[in-house]
Write a protein that binds this ligand. Structure first.
Ligand SMILES: [Fe+2]
Length: 299
């Protein structure tokens, strides 16, 4: 596959799984605008043929150096695909927070509140993103290794995966739902390392009840959203990871949560993407944080 074709496949998958009902699937192909600015080709020629792809969840200079060493050791690697953004992709992550705003509104949050909180986290993130995130790009450039990040399109896949997974599970107890999450292959693999899914329990409501799936939108949500979600009747938050302030705010607002695991969830999305790349003849070499599980072989 050409480098650009891998990238376009990722963006297309993101659009197909986008929670915004009004998004125009043609938008990307009209070339004007990338709807996911946190997903970019960092280095490498668009037309370069890629056969062997090193895939990791995170990227830093050491991973670029590791790939360079593996190549020296005779392992064929033509490029690196990372999930979490770097360089230009990371500086532009604020542009995907709008997905959270849409998700809140879809789940009953008033437009005015959703907009206010969106502006708040947008501003906070923008101020936080002032460091040097160009290390991996620079290393990959020096070593002539193609590098790309595909972030929100993959998070969209995870969002849809969990929306399907929890469908009709409203009456299930939180404990039983957690047991089912534990059986997801990637969650199982992460658990074996000690990174297992867990629950936050509001003891008053033992069932999953009305739930909110929160897997896309770039960054941690603002604490204030949990109070509003509770007010709209949400009982349980389904997420991949939260900071400690998020979790204590959920507890304060008597919400339950099923926290499925960061690396496990990101691996689910990357696996679905990589299964498609494999069908196109790409050989996947799984790197840091990536629990490879092939769903192609399930069918
Ligand atoms: Fe992530």
């Amino acid at each position: 596959m050409k480098w650009i074709d891998i990238y376009e496949k990722g963006i297309k998958l993101g659009l197909e799984n986008d929670l915004r009902s009004d998004i125009d699937n043609k938008i990307f192909y009209e070339l004007e605008k990338n709807p996911y600015p946190d997903s970019v080709i960092i280095t490498g020629e668009n037309e370069k043929t890629i056969k062997n792809l090193f895939v990791s969840i995170d990227i830093d200079i050491s991973i670029v150096l590791l790939v360079s060493q593996l190549k020296k050791n005779g392992i064929e690697i033509d490029g690196i695909l990372t999930h979490h953004p770097t360089g230009k992709g990371l500086y532009n992550i604020t542009e995907v927070i709008r997905l959270q705003r849409e998700n809140w509104q879809k789940n009953g949050i008033k437009e005015i509140d959703a907009q206010r909180l969106y502006e708040k986290i947008y501003r906070e993130e923008e101020l936080d993103l002032r460091g040097n995130y160009n290390g991996p790009e620079s290393a990959a450039g020096f070593l002539d290794i193609p590098l790309m990040c595909v972030h929100t399109p993959v998070d969209n896949i995870i969002q849809v995966f969990f929306e399907k997974f929890f469908k009709n599970k409203n009456d299930m107890s939180i404990d039983d739902a957690l047991s089912e999450v534990r059986e997801i292959p990637e969650c199982k693999m992460a658990s074996e390392k000690g990174d297992e899914p867990f629950i936050i329990k509001n003891f008053k409501s033992k069932a999953v009840g009305k739930y909110f799936v929160d897997m896309t939108g770039g960054v941690d949500p603002p604490d204030e959203i949990f109070k509003l979600l509770k007010k709209t009747g949400i009982d349980t938050i389904i997420g991949m990871h939260y900071n400690s302030d998020n979790i204590s705010t959920m507890e304060k607002n008597r919400l339950s949560a099923i926290i499925c695991g960061h690396m496990a969830c990101d691996s689910i999305g990357m696996n679905i993407f990589c299964d498609m790349l494999e069908k196109e003849g790409i050989n996947i070499i799984s790197g840091s944080g990536f629990y490879r599980y092939k769903r192609n072989e399930e069918n």
